[in-house]
Every structure is written in structure tokens, then in C-alpha cells.
Design a protein around this ligand. Sequence first.
Ligand code: LLP
Length: 426
Amino acid sequence: MAKVKISPRPFSYPEGGASLHCGGVSLESLARRYGTPLYVYSADRIVERLRMFQRALAGRDHLVCYAVKANSALAILKLLAQEGAGFDIVSGGELERVLAAAPDAAGRVVFSGVGKTAAEIDLALKAGIMEFHAESEAELNLLAARARKLRVRARFALRVNPDVFAETHPYISTGLREHKFGIDIRSAVEIYRRAAGNRWLEAHGVSVHIGSQIRSALPFGAAIERVSKLVRQLQRAGIVIHTIDAGGGLGIDYHAGPFDAAARAAEYAAAIENALGGFAGRLLIEPGRFVVAQAGALLARVLYVKRNGRKTFVIVDAAMNDLIRPALYQAWHEIAPVRPRPGKTRMVDVVGPVCESGDFFARDRALGPVEPGDLVALLDAGAYGMAQSSNYNTRLRPAEVLVEGKRARLIRRRETMADLLAPEML
Ligand code: LLP
């Protein structure tokens, strides 16, 4: 029987049970009710992960600003807001989502991103967000001009580039000087100084984000050490900094096996704490993946099993348009048969129906026997899954379900052809 090891995920084969559940809810029943492909998330697990950070940082003034880009479902934003989270956004669209899900949370929003437009800046100024993370002096100038126009002061933090190397996939590493992100930390003091002369700008914080899926705490500590040094330099120059934002990026273990999430969160918090060097202001962090990835799975149904030469292909009804991480980052997602069958495991490729060879979820993966009609769960898909989905091949995006204890509720219905065709003209 090929049951995949699934701890620390909320998915399990209940004691004596033959099929995979999310909390108290059977995935088979969800597939019957809502169809496949289907994203399934555990609300309890999401809250648990948020609280791990909150607990690890309880000794100091802090705010966990969940990175909306990881999973921007309104119901998830609302859930996190109710638990006291703030939000890290990177577009006007993400701000609209936060405002729709949790209107009271506007004052807990930080706005990151290298290319903010005037319209996005206006929206955020009017909403009264906590701070803008400016990534260039030109952006700061635009921010000042928009603030002046709206007669409000704009609180900002410079996102500095600390030139710290973090071991991760090159597409999601951001903290080196050669990356497009942030402002060279060596020129930051000068920029803060020039901004101090502008009455429409208020230096509020310093922010940093070195990359994503970083599993060691060390680079976070190294980056914060450099930021703390900058904050002390600014202090000497008479510029008071209220917040240090350490960014997001704490990684999870996508491979099966023991992974102590609470210990990792604690180790991460300690590394940052130690590097803050007596900073008395508020610490912000922007985790995305760590909060939602393991809470979610993409449920798919096997359509065909076919052999081509030496290879066996398991063709499922989900595809790269639903979950692009394997195609884009060579990412690994565990694949768990929902009702494991007895028999030998074999090496297979698990692929989707999209017309690209890159449309795969796993290559040469040992999988227990599966037959057409069986369900499989692609694990750890709660972050950057639905958020990066598309309609490629004119495929309708999946529905999403949130499991709360023993109850499951639809939080996004499956798209229809009418949804897809609505913006087009003949
Ligand atoms: N803050 C900023 C400024 C960011 O750019 C990001 C992610 C985060 C926070 C959240 O990082 P996290 O805690 O989720 O690692 N699509 C890729 C990940 C891209 C991350 C982009 N920035 C993936 O699927 O692996």
C-alpha cells in the first residue's frame, strides 16, 4: 500500500481509513461535490502557521504581514485578518483584495514591488496604508508628488538590497546586487537624507527581502544585521526609523519526511531577533509560503495511464495552468493517491493535458498503482498554486474549498466559459 508520508500537512489517512482526508473531510466527498481539479485548503493549518510566527515574536513589538501574492483568496485574507495579520501587497489589485476581505486592515498594509504606478500609489495613499516600500529614488519622487497632490504625507521605507546570498532557486532569489530589487544599501543613507527635506514624505522604516524558499535562518540574520547597521547610521543622521521589515522567504520542506515547522519558525525569529541589535521599534515580517503552502493541495483525477516505450505516463485532469511550479522552478510536489491501491510502486511521469512537454507535475516518480478515475492529491500547493494559475489552453480555473474543522465550504466557484469569454469582442 503506497501511502505517502504527509506530516506536517493537514492531509491524512485517518486511523483505519482507506482514503485521504483534509482535517475531518474526505477528499473523495469534496471531489464528488465540487469536481476536479480542485484546490483544498485547511483553515486550521493556515491559522496555526500564522500563530507560529506570532508566538515566536511575542517578546517584541511585531506585525506579521502575510504576503498576499502567495494565495490571495478573499476567504483566506479574511481569516488571516481576523487573526490579527497585516498584509504585504505588490499591486493595486492586491490592495483591492485586502480592502474587500478586511476593510479595517488597510492600516496594516505594506506595499512592496519594483514598479508601482501613480494610480496604484494613489489608491494606497487614499486607503491610508502603513508604509510604502520604495525600490528606487525615482519611485520615491513619484510617491512624494502623488502625496502632495492628495495633501497627505506618505510613510515610506526604502527596500534595501543587502547583497546577501541565499541558497534557493535563481528565479526566486532577490537579495544580491545583480538583482532588480531594492536600492543598494550603500546609497540608502543619502536617499533618506534627501527625502528628509520633502514635507510630503515621512521616513518610517527600512525593508529588505532576500528571496523565497530559503530553508536556513542564517541569511535572514545576515541581512538584518546589515539593516540594523543602516538604522543606527540613520539615527546618527537624525532620521528616526520606526519599523524594520525583514521580508518573507522562510522555506518549507516539499519532500516528505519529518519537518518541525514550529522549530523552524522559532529559529528564524531568533536569527532575526539576534541581528536587530537593540532596535526598539516594530519588527515586520512578510511570510507567504510558510503560512499557506502546506495547508493546501490540488486534487486531480486520473484520466488515462499510458505507456510510451519505457515510460509510463499518468495523465491527470489538472495541468500546468493550474499549478505551474514544477514547470517553472523544477519544483517537487508530493503526490498522494487519495485511495491507495495494493500493488507495486512504479516509476511514472504525472502530466496534465496541456500541449507542452513542460506540462508535468512529476518526472520519474515512484507512485503506487493508479487507474483512470482515481484521485490524486498534489501536496504543498497552497502557496503560488492558484495565485499563479492561468487560462492557458482555454482551461477553466479550478474551484477552491476551505476546510474548517469538519466542515468544508466553497470559497471560489469553478470558472465557467461565460466568465472566460466575457471580456472579449468579436
Ligand atoms: N515579500 C516580498 C517583497 C516578496 O517578493 C515575496 C515573495 C514575499 C514577501 C513572500 O515570500 P515567501 O514567504 O512566500 O517566500 N512563485 C515562487 C515564489 C515567488 C516569491 C516572490 N516573492 C514559487 O512558487 O516558489
